[in-house]
Design a protein. Sequence first.
Length: 415
Amino acid sequence: MKPHSSWTWIPSLYFAEGLPYIAVMTLSVIMYKRLEVSNTDIALLTSWLYFPWVIKPLWSPFVDLIKTKRWWIYVMQLLIGGGMAGIAFVLPGDFFLQATLAFFWLMAFSSATHDIAADGFYMLGLTEDQQAFFIGIRNTFYRIAMITGQGLLVMLAGFLEKSTGKIPFAWSIVFFILAGTFVGLSMWHKYILPRPVEDAPRLNVTPSVILVEFFKTFASFFQKKGVIPALLFMLTFRLGESQLVKLASPFLLDGREVGGLALSTGQVGFAYGTVGVIALLLGGILGGMAIARNGLKHWLWPMALAISLPNLVYLYMAYAMSENIFIINGCVAIEQFGYGFGFTAYTMYLMLFAEGEYKTSHYAISTGFMALGMMLPGMISGWIQEQIGYQHFFIWVMICCLPVFFVLPFLKFKH
């Protein structure tokens, strides 16, 4: 592998990893809100879509043992494109909710499998120093994908809603564009991805070998030093965000009579796709540079604060009810910068904790616990909000940011 070749595939690979995730987790929320699905149903149904990421450690050994991670990457990207095309076809129908959820499930399972392969490929294809250097870059392009999904594509959907007057048709066009994008990404990665020596299919793989390796992988994970504090960290670091992310867009879209800010689809997309993207990029890049210079242990507490305290801007907006779009955009920028800076610590900790013989599978197990920490609170977040209103809900979100700070002193660091 040539040193410069990493720049040709890391940005596109993590853009491809982030886009289906944000389509399943966030774009679906905005789309269902525009199609007049209730907050309770939106939060419950879209949180269930986290489930493939929760259980992906169960099949991560198969990705380790069968074929190569390179093969899994471009094949899963083709399946994701197929799922997006399916959503585009069924959206205008009468049973759009059930049908789109089925395709979202296909996308979720394909995307979770893609995550296993992509993250494993990243660790196999780079030295530890290169991993630390590129973590800011990979997180940045992952977040560019997020902003593309919840920003630019939402703006496009808002424009199409206005110009055609047909909300289902507008979102169908968006998902057709996504489907074409993933077919192109699959072709690009089949051509450009390097072939690390370690990324080779295992020889003499039999069902008994797979079963033995499966149990050995899980046993070795739970035998790691400091595993209990690590699991608590994985489950609590994003506890506040897990609920905020489900209701942030509905809050901006809902009418003022129910405590929302009554923004249009295009305005919500603009808030996340302009000032939001700049703030997110700055936060992600600065986070990666900070960890590369001083190490994770030095920055862990500041980054935990950075991902928690900016959630206060939603509490402010819920009480102030400002109609000034510049203030709203500024609040989104603050929250996005804090998220970009703080999440870097989470990613780096999971990578360091996964180091060892089964680092691909152990990283997948770690991200499975992360997804569980997002799924369970997210499922009830819509019901909580509808019971207590947006103002009290954002107070609840801030309370949920506290538990992780009781866990941080007990974390163990290899270096």
